[in-house]
Design a protein around this ligand. Sequence first.
Ligand code: UTP
Length: 288
Amino acid sequence: MKVRKAVIVAAGLGTRMLPASKVVPKEILPVVDKPALQMVVEEAAASGIEEIILLLGPGKELLLEHFQPAPLLERHLEQRRKLDLLEIARAPNRLARFTVAWQSEPLGLGHAVLQARAAVGDEPFAVILPDDIFDSPTPCLRQLLEHAEATAAPTVALMRVARVDLSKYGIVAVRPAAGRLWHLTGMVEKPAPEDAPSDLAIMGRYILTPEIFTLLEQVKPGAGGEIQLTDALLALAQRRTLYGLEIEGIRYDLGDRLGFLTAQIGFGLKRPDLAPQLRQWLAQMPPA
Ligand code: UTP
């Protein structure tokens, strides 16, 4: 199967990043100097995605603006012949085609995905949570797509997590398929460590087929009135083969303060223009 579209869900309120996220959407906060949202759109484009469906909520309109021309800024840079900066300012506009879908209230990830139904249509699609950023030799979404395009089966991204972190994630029950690939047989949302069926957690990348929409319509709201994507995935796993692929790379959770901080350092250390001084500064820090 060929996956052309990716839904980036960005209608949440980002409460874990307050006060930064009070008026500035957390998705536009940068990793070093690049908004998280641009990083995931670049990942999607590098993975072969042609169309981005940006799922927004009230007050999040400015996320789309980042991918549109900025005439005043561009003229200013052009007149001063700052062509390298002009290139940086224009680059987001060329990454993909954008469609916007709306979620009027953040009623959960499952509800968010359901709001993209008309924009997705009747074809397989990817879902990206822009909180999750990967530093990997092959883009995370490409790793998933290589597998899903060959099997035509829905596939979710997995990573092993420490026991203390199990209760932050959707944790899967699995049967081995091959190497880093697993058959998913069950999943539990945010389990206590003793109830977790494995140490494999679902990360923010999914390849789904349109039948997920019908299943999402049937999901009953859970805790906090939220409609969970996990519940629909569970129903899907009972009907057809659902895979999980262990992703190769480092993952940062930008929705969380520590993850946000470590991402700045991790990606900063990869930047030739910043790494030597950053390394020096880190080495000079007094021990706690
Ligand atoms: P999170 O739960 O991590 O994001 O959802 P949040 O709700 O914005 O943040 P906190 O927990 O209050 O700090 C993961 C992704 O799913 C989107 C969010 O925007 C985020 O990118 N999401 C979540 C929606 O688009 N709609 C929802 O109803 C829930």
